[in-house]
Ligand binder design. Structure first.
Ligand code: ADP
Ligand code: MG
Length: 662
C-alpha cells in the first residue's frame, strides 16, 4: 500500500515522507524512532541543577516579543507552577506569541535559574498533559516529529501485515513477541520494558536476515568459478617500480594477494580494508592494469559522482603512458553521450570505465568485463554484493571491494564473512599526524583565531555541522553557522555550504570551486564524508562534535591531513569529558579508534543515537548489538544448512528476497 492512500497523508506530506525514503505503508511502520524522550514532569521548586526539565505550567501574562537583530528574537512571559510564579524566556519563537494566552496549560522544556527565577526554555509543548514516553524520529525539513508520530500511530490502527523473517524455531527459542506487536510497541511504548522487548526482536530479525545473506553468498561463492587470467607481469612490475613513491609493505602484500586471485581459476571476491589515506587507490589501479593486460575490460565504481570524477582523474594520470581507453560515465552526461559510451563498452572500445554504482544497474553490456572494483563498500552492504555476485553482468567477473572503515579483524570476518579479507594497516609515513583538539563552544574564539591563521597561510578549511533533523534546537544549523562565520571574518572570506539537499550539479560545482581554492571555507553536513582529496585543506572544525559517532568523526577528519602540511582538527562541543572526543584527541589510528569504538558501544545503550557512516540498518547497530549479531550468525548458519537439505520454505523466501533487493 502506498503512503498516499493513508489517512492524514496529502501530497505535500507524501513528498516529505518520500524524502525519508518512505514510499509504502511498510516503509512507514518500519521507520523506527532512533531515541525516546522520557517525559516526566518536575515541579519548579524541586529544580536545583542545570539539567533540562519538563515543567507543567500555566501561562499568567501575555508574552512580550523583542526583536534583537535579524533572525534573532526573544519572547518573555510569566508562568506559574505549584503556586510559584516565574519568568520564562525563549529565543526565536516569536511565532508562538498567539498561542500563549493567559490560563493556557503548557509544558515548558528547558533550564531553570533559581537565583534569577527565570526559566530559559528551549521548547514549549502544547500537546502533552500526561507523563509519557515520546518516540523521536529522524526528520526532514518541513516535517515535525509530532506529525510523523501521528501518521504512524494512525496507520498502526489497521491490521499490520508484514513478513516475519525469524524462523519459527528461533522465535520459540528466544520467546520473541510477534512482529506486529513489536512494531506497535516500538512506536508507542508504555514502559521501557516495552521498548526493550520490541527492540531486541526487531534487531535480531534484521541481523539474522543480514547474516543469512552473508552465509548464503559465502556458500554460492565457493561454487563460483572465475576466469583464469594471464596478465603481463613485466608491465605490472614496471608500473610499480616507476611510482613516485615506495609502496608500503601492506600495499605490496595486498597487491600480491589480488594478483594471485586474478590468475586463480576461482572468482575473486576480495575486500581491501584500509584506513583513510592508507593508499588503496594505487592498489586498485594496479589491479585494473593487470586485468587490462590480460585482455579484459575493467570497471571502477564509486559511491558519489564527485568521487568517481576524482578517481577518473587519478586513474588517467597513473595510466597515462599506456595505450588504455579510459572513460567516465556519470548521471550528468546527456542521454546521447551515455548511449555512445554503452555502445563503445559493448564493442570493446573502452578498456576501463569509471562511474557510480549506476554503472551496473543501467543494463549496459560489456564486451568482456573481467574485473569490477567498488570503492567505499561500507556504504552499501550485502545487497549490493548480492547483485554483483549472483546477478552481476557476468558470473565470472572478479570483484574487488575497497572499504575505508577500519574495523577489528574478528568483527570484519563476521560481517564480511562472504569475502576474502586483505588489510592495509599502516599508512605511508610521509604525512604529519593531524593535531586534534576539543574546544568548548564558549571558547570558540580560540578556534576562530586558528582559522584566521590558516586562512592567512592561504589554506582551506572544512566546517562540519549536523543538520537540523529533529526537535533539538541547540544544533547550529548550517545557515546560521555561515552567518556567524561571515560576521567573524567580516564577509572577507568566501564561505559556501554543501549539503545533501542540493542538486548533484550544484554539489559538483561547489566541490570544484573548493578544489580550485576559490572557496576558502566549506561548511558541510556529513554528505562528503569519504574519499575527497583536497591537499590544501589543513583544518577542520566539527560543531556539536559529541553528536557524531567515532567512526564518522574519524572518516570526517580523514579529509584533512592529505599533504605534508600540518593539519588541525577542532572538535567543538558543549559537553565536558566526552569519551569519544578524548579518543579522537589521543589517536589518528583508525584501527585503534575502531577498537575503542567497539568497547564503548559494546556496552549497549537502548537510547543510543543512530550513527551515520555505518552500513544502513533500520534498527540494528553492528557494534552495539554485537552479541546479538554473533548469535544471529550461528543461528542463520545452522538454518541455512538445514534449509539446503530440507528445502525449507521460509529459507526459499529469504533467498528470493535477497535477489530482489537492490
Ligand atoms: P585511500 O586509502 O584513502 O583511498 P589514497 O589511495 O587516496 O588513500 O591515497 C592517499 C594519498 O597517498 C594519495 O595522494 C597517494 O598518492 C598517496 N600514497 C599512496 N601510497 C603511498 C605510498 N606508499 N607512499 C607515499 N604516498 C602514498
Ligand atoms: Mg579512497
Amino acid at each position: 500500500m502506498e503512503v498516499s492512500a493513508l489517512k492524514k497523508v496529502g501530497p505535500k506530506t507524501e513528498r516529505l515522507l518520500n524524502k525519508l525514503e518512505i514510499y509504502s505503508k511498510e516503509d512507514l511502520i518500519t521507520y523506527y524512532p532512533y531515541k525516546y524522550n522520557i517525559i516526566k514532569f518536575t515541579n519548579i521548586d524541586e529544580i536545583n541543577d542545570e539539567n533540562n526539565y519538563y515543567v507543567l505550567s500555566t501561562v499568567i501574562s501575555y508574552p512580550k516579543v523583542s526583536y534583537i537583530k535579524k533572525n534573532f528574537n526573544k519572547l518573555d512571559f510569566l508562568a506559574n507552577n505549584k503556586d510559584i510564579n516565574f519568568k520564562v524566556t525563549i529565543f526565536n519563537r516569536a511565532f508562538l506569541k498567539n498561542n500563549l494566552q493567559p490560563e493556557r496549560t503548557i509544558v515548558l522544556v528547558g533550564k531553570y535559574n533559581k537565583l534569577k527565577n527565570i526559566f530559559v526554555a528551549n521548547d514549549i509543548r502544547f500537546n502533552i498533559d500526561n507523563e509519557t514516553i515520546e518516540p523521536i524520529y529522524h526528520l526532514t525539513e518541513g516535517l515535525k516529529n509530532s506529525n510523523l508520530e501521528k501518521i504512524i500511530i494512525e496507520s498502526l490502527k489497521e491490521n499490520i501485515q508484514i513478513a516475519d523473517y525469524i524462523p519459527k524455531e528461533y522465535k520459540e527459542k528466544y520467546n520473541f513477541i510477534n512482529k506486529g506487536e513489536a512494531i506497535k510497541l516500538i512506536h508507542k511504548p508504555q514502559t521501557i520494558e516495552d521498548i526493550k522487548k520490541s527492540k531486541i526482536r526487531l534487531v535480531y530479525e534484521e541481523l539474522f536476515t543480514y547474516m543469512f545473506k552473508v552465509n548464503y553468498l559465502k556458500l554460492i561463492n565457493k561454487k563460483n568459478l572465475g576466469i583464469k587470467k594471464i596478465y603481463n607481469e613485466e608491465v605490472v612490475s614496471d608500473f610499480l617500480a616507476n611510482l613516485s613513491f615506495k609502496l608500503t609493505e601492506d600495499q605490496e602484500k595486498v597487491i600480491k594477494e589480488i594478483l594471485k586471485d586474478l590468475t586463480s581459476e576461482n572468482r575473486m571476491n576480495r575486500l581491501v580494508l584500509g584506513d583513510v589515506g592508507s593508499g588503496k587507490t594505487v592498489v586498485a589501479i594496479t589491479a585494473l592494469l593487470a586485468n587490462f593486460t590480460s585482455g579484459y575490460q575493467g570497471a571502477f565504481m564509486a559511491p558519489t559522482e564527485i568521487l568517481a570524477k576524482q578517481h577518473y582523474e587519478s586513474i588517467k594520470n597513473y595510466l597515462s603512458i599506456y595505450d588504455i581507453k579510459i572513460e567516465l560515465l556519470t548521471g550528468s552526461l546527456t542521454k546521447k553521450s551515455k548511449e555512445k559510451i554503452y555502445e563503445r563498452l559493448e564493442n570493446n572500445d573502452i578498456d576501463i570505465i569509471i562511474g557510480t554504482h549506476a554503472l551496473l544497474n543501467e543494463n549496459n553490456k560489456f564486451y568482456n568485463l573481467g574485473l569490477v572494483i567498488t570503492d567505499e563498500q561500507h556504504r552499501f552492504g550485502v545487497n549490493q554484493r548480492n547483485v554483483l555476485q549472483s546477478k552481476g553482468i557476468n558470473q565470472k567477473t572478479d570483484v574487488l571491494y575497497l572499504s575505508a572503515t577500519p574495523i577489528p579483524r574478528t568483527y570484519a570476518l563476521t560481517i564480511y564473512g562472504d569475502l576474502d579479507l586483505s588489510q592495509i594497516k599502516t599508512k605511508p609515513n610521509t604525512r604529519k599526524e593531524i593535531i586534534t583538539k576539543t574546544v568548548m563552544e564558549k571558547n570558540i574564539k580560540e578556534v576562530l583565531l586558528k582559522m584566521l591563521d590558516e586562512l592567512k597561510l592561504n589554506h582551506q578549511i572544512f566546517v562540519v555541522s549536523p543538520l537540523i533533523e529533529d526537535n533539538d534546537y541547540d544544533i547550529s544549523s548550517v545557515t546560521l553557522l555561515k552567518d556567524k562565520l561571515n560576521m567573524a571574518f567580516n564577509n572577507k572570506v568566501k564561505i559556501e555550504i554543501l549539503h545533501g539537499k542540493l542538486k548533484q550539479s550544484q554539489k559538483d560545482s561547489l566541490m570544484n570551486d573548493f578544489h580550485k581554492g576559490i572557496i576558502k571555507i566549506l561548511i558541510s553536513t556529513t554528505v562528503i564524508e569519504v574519499g575527497i582529496d583536497i591537499p590544501n585543506a589543513t583544518m577542520m572544525v566539527i560543531f556539536n562534535a559529541e553528536r557524531f559517532g567515532l567512526a564518522t568523526l574519524h572518516q570526517l577528519r580523514g579529509r584533512i591531513g592529505r599533504s605534508n602540511l600540518q593539519s588541525y582538527c577542532y572538535l567543538v562541543t558543549n559537553v565536558v569529558n566526552n569519551k569519544r572526543l578524548k579518543i579522537m584527541e589521543e589517536s589518528n589510528d583508525g584501527f585503534y579508534i575502531s577498537e575503542k569504538d567497539f568497547e564503548l558501544r559494546g556496552q549497549g545503550d537502548i537510547f543510543g543515537v543512530k550513527q551515520s557512516g555505518d552500513i544502513f540498518f533500520k534498527i540494528a547497530d553492528f557494534k552495539r548489538d554485537y552479541k546479538i549479531l554473533l548469535q544471529a550468525k550461528n543461528d542463520s548458519e545452522k538454518y541455512l544448512i538445514n534449509g539446503v537439505y530440507k528445502g525449507n520454505l521460509l529459507y526459499e523466501n529469504i533467498i528470493e528476497k535477497i535477489n530482489f533487493l537492490d
